[in-house]
Ligand binder design. Structure first.
Ligand code: NAD
Ligand code: ZN
Length: 342
């Protein structure tokens, strides 16, 4: 079968062929229809320090997908051949305290599809039955292919109560922009999104931001004055992974504010702890998606009118995959979909 693989220890991802993956008795084999490119895949493409430490050469990558079940292991009971599915890319151990308590996103030894085991950028993917999410009919294939990052946005946006609140989202990447859509859907008042990239700020505006701020040209303090937010933002969603964005968020939070931290900053980013202590801020780290609470919430919100359609800016065929990576690398994209149906 065809697969996109980290074939060499240098910048790039290569179209190769390999055996169809084996599936165990508790696993299913999924025929992939569409995939989407994640920031993680860009780290792997660029072969940065994290990728060099983490990704074995020869690994097929990717973890955002939609497909149909082509074969099932002998112990699989809840799924049938032909089911249209996506899936949770964190394969959890099932044995640790958190897994046993139903908090699988906090598993202490989870394995990543397309990171630690063969990925979804392939004609076929095998994952455990417990990781498969059967798709409701109302979800299109395009949207189904990006449920993984929508899940990150949903998990983060629903961590604190946003209804009627003034929300600051730092980072208008795909996840920050989708978080703006969710904030709008659930009734936040001001949804201010910051970035340094105008293309992305436009996306955030299309999705639901009530005010976008290019922090290279405008100051958040001025925007707060304009919006009469004299006390600051009550909720912050950090989705840039940029240390200075987080530092600035802390400065613009109201006393008693809540921050959900999804963006992954440099490991030793410095912040002004006085902002946290004297304002009595709550900061919560967010990892992955709640399995499966987040999946149920986001698919239900999609059914009740949440529209994230505009976040998909590019479609390519498998043969054009390099153009897909180029679009992501350019910063002039939202989500990029690769079509595997040949
Ligand atoms: P992305 O890189 O596409 O988007 C980040 C955005 O932040 C970009 O548009 C960039 O221009 C913007 N940015 C850079 N500097 C900024 C600044 N000073 N102020 C405001 N914005 C700034 O990333 P994404 O795919 O949307 O993901 C968002 C973040 O979440 C990334 O840091 C990613 O690594 C992280 N992430 C975390 C998890 C998790 O489980 N915790 C999962 C997925 C992604
Ligand atoms: Zn576990």
């Amino acid at each position: 079968m065809k697969t996109l693989t980290k074939q060499y220890a240098k910048k790039g991802i290569w179209l190769t062929t390999t055996e169809r993956p084996h599936y165990d008795q508790n696993e299913v084999l999924i025929k992939i229809h569409k995939t989407a490119i994640c920031g993680t895949d860009i780290h792997i493409f660029n072969w940065d320090d994290w990728a060099q430490k983490t990704i074995p050469i020869g690994m097929s990558v990717g973890h955002e997908f939609v497909g149909t079940i082509a074969a099932i292991g002998s112990a699989v009971t809840g799924l049938s051949i032909g089911d249209r599915v996506s899936g949770e890319g964190h394969i959890t151990c099932g044995q640790c305290r958190n897994c046993r308590a139903g908090k699988r996103h906090l598993c202490n030894s989870s394995q990543g599809v397309g990171v630690n085991r063969p990925g979804a950028f392939a004609e076929y993917l095998s994952i455990p039955e417990a990781n498969v999410f059967k798709l409701p009919e109302h979800i299109s294939d395009d949207v189904a292919a990006i449920l993984d990052p929508l899940g990150n946005a949903t998990h983060t946006a629903l961590t604190f109560d946003l209804t009627g609140e003034d929300v600051l989202i730092t980072g208008a990447g795909p996840i920050g922009s989708m978080a703006a859509a969710i904030a709008k859907h659930i009734g936040a008042r001001n949804i201010v999104v910051s970035d340094i990239n105008d293309f992305r700020l436009e996306l955030a505006q299309k999705l639901g931001a009530t005010r976008v701020v290019n922090v290279q040209r405008e100051s958040l303090t001025d925007v707060m004055t304009e919006l009469k937010l004299t006390e600051g933002f009550s909720v912050g969603l950090e989705m840039s992974g940029n240390g200075s964005a987080f530092v600035s968020m802390l400065q613009h939070m109201a006393h008693g504010g809540n921050i959900a931290l999804l963006g992954i900053p440099e490991q030793h980013t410095q912040i002004d702890w006085h902002q946290v202590i004297f304002k009595g801020l709550t900061i919560k780290g967010i990892y992955g998606r709640k399995i499966y609470d987040t999946w149920y919430k986001m698919t239900a919100m999609l059914q009740s009118g949440l529209n994230i359609g505009p976040i998909i800016t590019h479609h390519f065929t498998l043969e054009e995959y390099q153009k897909g990576f180029d679009a992501m690398l350019s910063g002039q994209s939202g989500k990029v979909i690769i079509d595997w149906q040949m």
